[in-house]
Design a protein around this ligand. Sequence first.
Ligand code: NDP
Length: 297
Amino acid sequence: MTHVIDGNAVANRIQNDLQECIDDLETAGVTPGLATVLMSEDPASETYVSMKQRACDELGIQGLHHELDPTAAADELFETVTALNDDPDVHGILVQMPVPDHVDRATVLRRVDPSKDVDGFHPENVGRLVAGNPRYKPCTPHGIQKLLEAADVETEGKDAVVVGRSDIVGKPMANLLIQKAPGGNATTTICHSRTTDLGEKTRRADIVIAAAGYPELVDGSMIREGAAVIDVGVNRVDAETEKGYELVGDVAFESAKRKADIITPVPGGVGPMTIAMLMYNTVKAASVQTDVPVTLP
Ligand code: NDP
């Protein structure tokens, strides 16, 4: 029987454990604070930010939201970030990507104080991750590590294939998998759009992590019998539903499920974990910045 990992259940468990940390911080007079900054009218970005703010509300994290007109000058965004860097009530800062074309993404990421960079995208934090000493693990790959752990998937000595080499999922995922640390020690291959014969690579893997943003790219014929398959993709495809579309992953779920021992669904797999790990990083940031120790899950 294939085990379909329930990402909502794992995320809820982590958030329940985080609640204890937040209560400990409150007892010491600290309310963790997460600032979200949105400079976009993209409905998907608006949805992501409101989901993050809702998670803050549920946990008792102080959520501060800043919205900037997408036509505003880049300096306005930089000044907002600087003010948040200086605000002692703000422990974590998240600038929702993408930012408009006239704003340089790399400059925005560099402006965020690395100790408040709960996304883990500042070059200093990327460097620390690569060096094996992460401050904040990027939320989606960290969530995947937790899902694998929850499903008792051993990574040590296993062959892992990550499909996708983006800065927010593919690269940090591979970096976590090769760490000399729990949840790491996997022999890891990174595939991308120039990879030849993707199926030949994925079929060799004990663990396949699909993060390409291409609907149903990985099907059962590309999966080894007994593999663990993690589907990061969230793709809107036209469908005769009320909304006119449905969400599908990068994995063809039914055919892959026939081969895999462990698989994540879309939705309800990786998605909830991304938000849970953002809350995790915010609690960690509050603890470190205020010197109030907590035991993170
Ligand atoms: P990007 O578009 O930034 O990166 C996609 C990567 O996949 C690129 O490296 C690209 O290669 C590679 N790729 C694209 N097509 C193929 C192909 N046919 N074969 C092999 N590799 C391919 O996407 P993200 O990393 O930001 O996101 C990936 C997916 O995960 C998206 O569907 C996104 O919505 C979803 N996502 C979900 C999250 C969640 O919480 N559930 C969080 C973040 C993302 P190349 O570099 O050569 O262009």
